[in-house]
Design a protein around this ligand. Structure first.
Ligand SMILES: Cc1cc2nc3c(=O)[nH]c(=O)nc-3n(C[C@H](O)[C@H](O)[C@H](O)COP(=O)(O)O)c2cc1C
Length: 200
């Protein structure tokens, strides 16, 4: 039996080999170097429908996620995520928040909540956070601005929370220029430290 920790990176960016993808690769490589099993999921490669807002998946009580009415790759992605000990969640800032692909994925994760029709607000089915998460984002604005003046960090924290993960670090890349994807030495160093933290 393989007892090494499993770390899954989720890339919500539209660009392979862009900033988010490159940073997630760096974090996973550092985790692998420390003995973790790693895997990357590109959301853009996995057919995921938009949530229909039916809330059927939220009606049945229980600790396990509710069943979605849609037949697509979401169930298999969530099974993969549930098998992980740690997650790297990466999404760029677009129009002041995480990009639409990642938001679509986030909305489909509502199945981890219990929200019967008569209740005013949802409750997490399983409030215990067993996993660790590193949150990764990038912005054309300076890092401090992207991080503190947009909704992206809050959305990534929300995603980690829904997936049963406690954030243990944030990697933010600011002033990114899409034409030249090159992580600074500082970013690489931080990515390596975060990867090691996830493998520990
Ligand atoms: C449609 C669109 C909207 C964007 N909106 C913002 C924004 O509101 N704030 C910001 O700092 N950067 C914004 N950007 C820049 C992206 O954050 C940047 O291109 C992205 O972080 C690069 O990540 P990637 O290399 O993984 O694609 C936007 C880019 C696009 C294409």
């Amino acid at each position: 039996m393989n007892t090494s920790p499993k770390v899954i990176g989720i890339v919500g960016s539209y660009r392979k080999n862009g900033y988010i993808d490159t940073a997630v690769t760096e974090i996973l490589a550092a985790a692998a170097h420390r003995g973790a099993q790693t895997q990357k999921i590109y959301l853009q490669d996995r057919p995921i429908e938009f949530c229909t807002n039916c809330r059927a998946c939220m009606q049945e009580p229980g600790t396990h996620r509710g069943k979605c009415v849609l037949e697509d790759e979401m169930d298999s992605i969530l099974k993969e995520i549930e098998s992980a000990d740690s997650l790297v969640l990466g999404a760029p800032v677009n129009c002041g928040n995480i990009n639409a692909l990642t938001r679509r994925f986030l909305e489909r994760c509502v199945c981890y909540g219990y929200w019967p029709w008569e209740a005013p607000a949802p409750k997490p089915r399983n409030p215990v956070k067993h996993k660790k998460a590193v949150l990764v984002s990038s912005s054309a604005a300076p890092a401090w601005m992207g991080r503190w003046m947009t909704g992206a960090l809050g959305a990534l924290k929300n995603l980690a929370n829904i997936l049963g993960a406690k954030p243990v670090g944030v990697l933010w890349m600011g002033l990114v220029k899409p034409q030249e994807v090159e992580l600074s030495d500082r970013t690489r160093k931080k990515a390596r430290q975060l990867g090691q933290k996830l493998a520990a």
